[in-house]
Every structure is written in structure tokens, then in C-alpha cells.
Design a protein around this ligand. Structure first.
Ligand code: UDP
Ligand code: MG
Length: 332
């Protein structure tokens, strides 16, 4: 957009974060002012908070932030739709108003100082810069090993993921315009950005512990997120079923020949256990396979509905706050 300095929008999803937002919001503001003063980005750069249908005082905090400094903006989703959809809502709001976006969690886990290096890479010609955590020492052993298992599984399933990258990422407006053409409802952004393509780089940073509040991703949610990622981006499990089916058929064929030989040798009758084994084995494989196919059928069902992926109910600049361009409220 601007011929000289790029306009940066920092997009921050927030769900029930009243405990941590008052601590981290000033850190984002300090960073953006720092970058502006350092002549790295335009003064029209903004911090966009996306309230993901919080049930606590998060939206009130965002509104008062927006009233306190022109660099703060906020949009609110009409209900909770999850981290990925909140990110998409913010990115789509930002994409026509800026040159670059950086998405970052609002809990202070991601180091804001990595933004300088992300912008360096942007200036070097990268359209996507992945924030990659250099160590996982702040995580519990359990979270660390499940997370690594998750990346391994995803890669085996043919989903291209940047190792140890979550959703701390710089993306140019050009990339976002192409991302908008990905129409899927089941979102798994960290697997979708590599599919958009363009030149990319990684920037390493140390991930801290949450400054306050608690994680919204306990084990159950993480597992379903991993399953979602696989079934949204890969059809490899269906191929695996075919291979499993071929193997089972081959074993069955050998079994039939064996049974006939036994019959011809007049040794039949005994063999209850082998019959039961075969039935159980095949029954198990069939149920598992039907389950996996069911997962995909369910996804197809949801995709055919073409439901909106986010619905914004309020914007700070439509209810008294300064507009994205820094002027007074658009229709207050
Ligand atoms: N988040 C969201 N909607 C949700 C759950 C989480 O917008 O339904 C936000 C949350 O406020 C935070 C980010 O997503 O900014 C990451 O969530 P969290 O820190 O709980 O996950 P973790 O870092 O533990 O994986
Ligand atoms: Mg977190």
C-alpha cells in the first residue's frame, strides 16, 4: 500500500483473557511504537484484537484499549468459534488495510522481539515468515512430547508443517488475498500457509510461559485439533485403509487355501480359535476403516453447508473508537 514504509497489523485472538490482556496489550503497543520510531513500519500500523466470543470482560478491556490509543483496534465475533476462525476473522479484516500482518497469541508466550527479525525477512523478499520456537523448556514434559508426536504424525500423513511453528507468523497482504481463496470451513492455518506458497523463512524465538490465565488447549482439544488437521489436509488415511484392506484380503486368501488343504487332508473341525481370531481381526479392521471414512464424510457434509467461517458483531471503530486510519468514529 504505502510506497515507503509498510503498514503492519498485529492480529491478536483473545478468548476469556481478562487476566492477561491488561499485561500484554501494553507490550504490543510498546513494540509497535518502537518499530514506528525505528523507521521500520508506517505510523498507520495497528494492533487488532479479535474477541472470540469471550464470556468474561475481555471485550470491555479491548474497547477501553481502543479508546486509549489510536493504535489499538478491536473486532468481536458474535460467539466463540475457536482460535483458527478468530485468526482468520482478524486476517481478513486486516488484509485490505495493510501491507503485512503478524499473528500472535495474547498470553505473552510468544516473544514480541522476534517481530524485528520477521520484518527483516519481509524486507529480504519473504512473503511468509514463520515464528519457530527454539526450545520447549517452558512446556511440561507431557506437552512437549505430545506436541512432537503431533508434528511427526502430521508429516507422516503428508501434511506439510513447519516443525515447532504454531501461529506466530508474518504474512504479506498478497498471501492473505490468496488465503482468502481457500474456501474450506475446517481451518488449520499452519498447514494452509505452506500451501499458499511464495518465498518464506523461519525466525527462531524462545517461547515463555503464559503471563497469566490458563491454556485453552488441554489434551482432548489438542487431539481433536490434530485429527482435524489430518482430515482437513490429507487423504492419506484413506490410502492406508486400502493397504490394510489389501493385506487383510491377502491373509484371508491364505486362510482359505489353508482351510481347503485342512479339509482335503480331513483334519478339519478343530479350529474354533482360528475362526474367532479371523472374525475379530476383520471386524476390528472394518470398524476402524468405516470410522475413518466416516470422519471424511462428516467433513464433506460440513463443507457442503458453506457456512460462514466467522461473523463479526462489533468493531471498536463503529462504536465510538478511532477508525483504522486514525480518524474519529465512522458512524458514532
Ligand atoms: N483462543 C481463541 N479462541 C479459543 C481458544 C483460544 O481465540 O476458542 C486464543 C487465546 O486467547 C490465545 C490463543 O488463542 O490468544 C492461544 O490459546 P492458548 O494460549 O489457550 O493455547 P496454548 O498456547 O496453551 O496452546
Ligand atoms: Mg498460549
Amino acid at each position: 500500500m504505502s510506497a515507503s514504509l509498510p503498514i503492519l497489523w498485529i492480529v491478536v485472538p483473545c478468548y476469556n483473557e481478562e487476566a492477561v490482556l491488561p499485561i500484554t496489550a501494553p507490550l504490543f503497543l510498546e513494540k509497535i511504537k518502537n518499530l514506528i520510531e525505528g523507521g521500520r513500519i508506517s505510523d498507520e500500523s495497528r494492533i487488532l484484537f479479535v474477541n472470540d466470543g469471550s464470556r468474561d470482560g475481555t471485550w470491555e478491556i479491548i474497547r477501553s484499549l481502543a479508546g486509549s490509543d489510536v493504535h489499538y483496534l478491536g473486532i468481536s465475533q458474535s460467539r466463540n468459534r475457536g482460535h483458527q476462525n478468530a485468526l482468520l476473522a482478524g486476517l481478513m479484516e486486516a488484509k485490505d488495510r495493510c501491507d503485512i500482518t503478524i499473528t500472535i497469541d495474547c498470553d505473552g508466550q510468544d516473544d514480541v522481539n522476534a517481530m524485528d527479525r520477521m520484518i527483516d525477512e519481509y524486507e529480504n523478499g519473504c512473503d511468509i515468515v514463520y515464528g519457530v520456537r527454539s526450545s520447549r523448556e517452558s512446556d511440561s514434559f507431557f506437552k512437549r512430547s505430545t506436541a512432537h508426536g503431533f508434528y511427526k504424525l502430521m508429516n507422516r500423513m503428508g501434511v506439510e508443517l513447519v516443525y515447532d511453528h504454531a501461529d506466530y507468523r508474518l504474512a504479506s497482504a498478497r498471501v492473505l488475498r490468496h488465503l482468502a481463496e481457500f474456501r474450506e470451513v475446517n481451518l488449520f492455518l499452519r498447514g494452509m500457509f505452506p500451501l499458499v506458497g511464495f518465498k518464506s523463512a523461519s525466525v527462531y524465538y524462545e517461547r515463555h510461559e503464559r503471563l497469566a490465565g490458563k491454556s485453552h488447549y488441554p489434551l482432548g482439544k489438542m487431539l481433536s485439533f490434530a485429527l482435524d488437521g489430518i482430515t482437513s489436509l490429507s487423504i492419506k488415511p484413506l490410502t492406508l485403509i486400502v493397504i490394510l484392506g489389501l493385506l487383510a484380503s491377502f491373509l484371508g486368501f491364505v486362510g482359505v487355501i489353508w482351510a481347503i488343504v485342512e479339509y482335503l487332508l480331513q483334519k478339519a473341525i478343530h479350529g474354533w480359535s482360528s475362526t474367532i481370531c479371523v472374525i475379530l481381526f476383520l471386524g476390528g479392521i472394518q470398524l476402524l476403516s468405516i470410522g475413518v471414512i466416516g470422519e471424511y464424510v462428516g467433513k464433506i457434509y460440513m463443507e457442503t453447508k458453506r457456512r460462514p467461517r466467522y461473523i463479526i458483531s462489533e468493531k471498536t471503530w463503529e462504536s465510538g473508537g478511532a477508525s483504522p486510519s486514525g480518524e474519529h468514529a465512522e458512524n458514532a
